[in-house]
Design a binder for this molecule. Structure first.
Ligand code: ATP
Ligand code: MG
Length: 235
């Protein structure tokens, strides 16, 4: 099966400091994949490289088997990759409604994402439709960031720190939402610090250390190796 997304031997960094060293991973159609690792190991840098927000020095990013290395960031977004970025980055001076429609793309199929469907998924956003981005709580902002990404009708949803900074109750709500999206057939690449939830939600996992993939496998393999958490994820 041709992967939906493939990252192949990617080298990237900021100025003189190299962060990714032959980083590789892939997401198959319909798969839910986690990218894990301690702070500063290169998860966000990988995501930013995929989205062409950061140029890589060598290696490849492939979408459905085709290189997308030469595309600009807005072109990558248009391919069908929806991003929920680290820190949410919603537009603070736009209303909830404006945030949702600003980058929306019409669904290819009739059952695609519309404003109505996003409001049905997150009723709180409907209640807050006329509020500005900077008037929302952290949880509402994350819902908005997810809603905004869904409004681009992506084939792959990438969430960088899916539940960071949220209350336990809201975290639970986000995990349930991701599980429902996954059931719906959406492919997902997610970074987060909550191992238990990631093992439940995702089929496949990558652990990144110092910009390199040091382990990958499914949830059963992860659970079977008790040393992984201590070796690569513990603070
Ligand atoms: N804009 C930047 N300029 C220079 N160095 C950066 C920049 N952003 C990140 N880095 C460095 O790149 C390395 C990887 O950072 P990155 O944000 O990719 O890690 P991460 O795995 O996402 O961490 P976290 O779990 O804290 O989100 C770190 O050493 C970080 O300090
Ligand atoms: Mg990060």
């Amino acid at each position: 099966m041709v992967p939906l997304l493939e990252v192949k031997d990617l080298n990237a960094g900021y100025g003189m400091s190299q962060v990714l060293f032959d980083m590789s991973l892939h997401v198959l159609p319909g798969q839910c994949v986690s990218l894990q690792g301690r702070n500063g190991m290169g998860k966000t840098t990988t995501v930013r490289s995929i989205m062409a927000q950061l140029a890589h020095t060598s290696g490849q990013v492939l979408w459905k088997g085709q290189s997308i290395d030469r595309l600009a960031d807005f072109e990558v977004a248009r391919l069908g990759i929806g991003l929920v970025p680290e820190g949410r980055q919603i537009f603070p001076n736009l209303t909830v409604w404006e945030n949702l429609v600003a980058t929306a793309r019409a669904p290819k199929q009739s059952e695609g994402w519309t404003l109505e469907r996003v409001y049905a998924l997150f009723p709180r956003l409907a209640d807050r439709a006329k509020h500005f981005g900077n008037q929302l709580s952290g949880g509402e902002q994350q819902m908005l960031a997810i809603g905004r990404a869904l409004m681009t009708n992506p084939e792959l949803l990438i969430l960088d720190e899916a539940t960071e900074g949220l209350s336990p109750l809201l975290r639970q709500e986000i995990w349930q939402t991701l599980s429902a999206l996954r059931e719906n057939g959406l492919s997902i690449l997610v970074t987060d610090k909550n191992l238990k939830q990631l093992l439940t939600l995702c089929d496949h996992h990558y652990i990144v250390e110092k910009g390199q993939c040091v382990w990958s496998g499914d949830s059963t393999a992860f659970r079977a190796d008790a040393s992984l958490k201590q070796r690569y994820l513990a603070a």
